[in-house]
Design a protein around this ligand. Structure first.
Ligand SMILES: [Ca+2]
Length: 511
């Protein structure tokens, strides 16, 4: 926690110097657009659809035999799907920080909350630093219309909301759908530890939080204002979809970036009336099938408005599924640094640019979205800071022959570096004490080495057979420890999160 205090001091100092100066590359791009260089008519649109906790085998084309997903299966048939796409974390907040910044969560100090919990909770003093340059900020600077729908989870205080991070508009819940109203069923570790909310308890009571729930009523936000609390979750997937379709219709003639971040299938499970009780997989299947419908509606809207060939659409998930059977052949679940926690479905479609019906086996990650979208829009990623992600546009366009740009990829659980992948090999590091999510995992104190090409399930430990590979991966881990940090050690190139002195419930933000 000493690192958090130092980060906070650095953040406040940076804010004192003026956050605007830190965002100069994006401002310069915006100034160029304003000066008449304007958006190029040939620029692609981007639609990024993110499910919450959807596992590797939850979609038909990835092997689900329970959930009917004809629209996503068709999208994969008309585009390319990846079999080794990894999130940067097994849980929500860190994963989304990578999506927005192109960095490891720990690089931007979003690997845990201010009290050491694994995601942000409502009324958090911490959030994604306004000095970070997000993919939305970059594209907005190029003249793109930008809109975020759904779960945000990078801070619920005014300086951290989507409109401070490059989005023209926002419509959604700023955190998880189990963080309001009645306590949710599901894994108990998703809630804040006892006493964690004591500092804000009086404000929470004033906001309408009941004694059964430590949080304010679940807020639906339009731009920066709460418009509904508690929100009716049954209706949300449909309302998000209508919002997405409306945005496409209104912006069909200019480049746009649409981020659709669903609340499902994170617990508590909800679905609209047309889907409730209809799947062969209970409430979970109902929710997944509604996401599939939603994707079909968005693709149909793009086609109807003549945007089909000029829009890159991506469908993926922020982390692995909660139950082992969500993740199919992979071992581990949400929260884990086994593949089941990190590896997720990733489907890409752009007719004429992304080949149809292909499967890309190469490693790509959530950190690649910013550099890839930037490259496709003719932009440079920020040069004044480390960006960990890679431009994977070659993988999108030549999925069967292009090679991964990664020499190495690091798996963190919160702030702890737990595993390292290079090529086909993945080393789970020898750790005196391993931090876990809510499921205990296979663990050997002297470490485990897996050949992911032959053994994606991480079931045969080869650590005694390849000392040379273990030595190489161990040296790479040492590099990450120094650069990004590990447990109580700050990385030399770690950047501070954003902080506010006093957090208020969002429902009272303008009260
Ligand atoms: Ca999640």
């Amino acid at each position: 926690m000493a690192g958090s205090k130092r980060n906070r001091r650095e953040f406040l100092k940076a804010m004192g110097l003026g956050a605007a100066s830190l965002a100069m590359p994006a401002l310069r791009a915006g100034a160029r657009a304003a000066a008449g260089e304007g958006p190029d008519a040939g620029l692609p649109n981007f639609v990024f659809i993110l499910a919450d906790d959807l596992g590797y085998r939850d979609i038909g084309c990835y092997g689900s035999t329970k959930n009917r997903t004809p629209n996503l299966d068709r999208m994969a048939g008309e585009g390319t799907r990846f079999s080794s796409f990894c999130s940067s974390s097994g849980v929500c907040t860190p994963s989304r920080s990578s999506l927005m910044t192109g960095c490891y969560p720990r690089r931007v100090s979003m690997h845990e909350d201010e009290r050491g919990e694994w995601v942000l909770f409502p009324v958090s003093r911490k959030g994604l630093n306004p000095s970070e340059i997000t993919v939305a900020t970059l594209l907005k600077g190029k003249g793109y219309a930008t809109h975020a729908i759904g779960k945000w989870h990078l801070g619920d205080q005014p300086p951290f909301l989507p409109r401070r991070h490059g989005f023209d508009g926002y419509f959604g819940i700023p955190y998880s759908n189990d963080m309001g109203g009645a306590p949710a069923p599901g894994p108990p570790t998703l809630r804040a530890s006892p006493g964690a909310l004591a500092p804000v308890a009086p404000a929470l009571r004033a906001s309408g939080a009941s004694k059964d729930s430590p949080y304010p009523p679940l807020p639906l936000v339009r731009d920066d204002e709460v418009i509904e609390a508690p929100v009716d979750q049954d209706t949300l997937t449909e309302r998000y979809t209508r919002e997405a379709v409306r945005f496409i219709a209104e912006h069909k003639d200019k480049p746009f970036f649409l981020y659709v971040s669903h609340l499902m299938p994170h617990t508590p499970l909800h679905s609209g009336e047309r889907f409730r009780g209809k799947s062969a997989n209970g409430k979970y299947g109902d929710a997944v099938e509604e996401l599939d419908w939603s994707t079909g509606e968005i693709l149909a809207a793009l086609k109807a408005h003549g945007c089909d060939g000029k829009t890159l659409v991506i469908f993926t998930s922020d982390n692995g599924g909660v139950r082992p059977d969500n993740n199919g052949p992979l071992n581990g679940t949400k929260g884990s640094t086994l593949e089941g926690g990190h590896r997720v479905p990733f489907i890409v479609r752009r007719p004429g640019r992304v080949p149809a019906g292909k499967v890309c086996p190469e490693l790509a990650t959530m950190m690649d979205i910013l550099p890839t979208f930037a490259a496709l829009a003719g932009l440079e990623p920020p040069r004044d800071r480390v960006i960990d992600g890679k431009d994977i546009s070659a993988l999108l366009e030549k999925p069967e022959t292009a090679k991964t740009p990664y020499d190495v990829f690091f798996y963190y659980f919160m702030g702890q570096l737990q595993a390292v992948r290079s090529g086909r090999w993945k080393l789970h590091l020898p750790l005196a004490k391993k931090r876990h999510g809510w499921h205990l995992e296979p663990y050997e104190e002297k470490g485990m080495l897996f050949d992911l090409e032959a053994d994606a399930a991480e079931s045969v430990n080869r650590i005694d057979k390849h000392p040379d590979i273990v030595a190489r991966l161990t040296a790479l881990a040492a590099r990450a420890r120094e650069d990004i940090g590990d447990d109580g050690r700050d990385g030399k190139n770690q950047r501070p999160a954003g902080w506010v002195e006093a957090a208020r419930p969002l429902t009272l933000a303008r009260g």
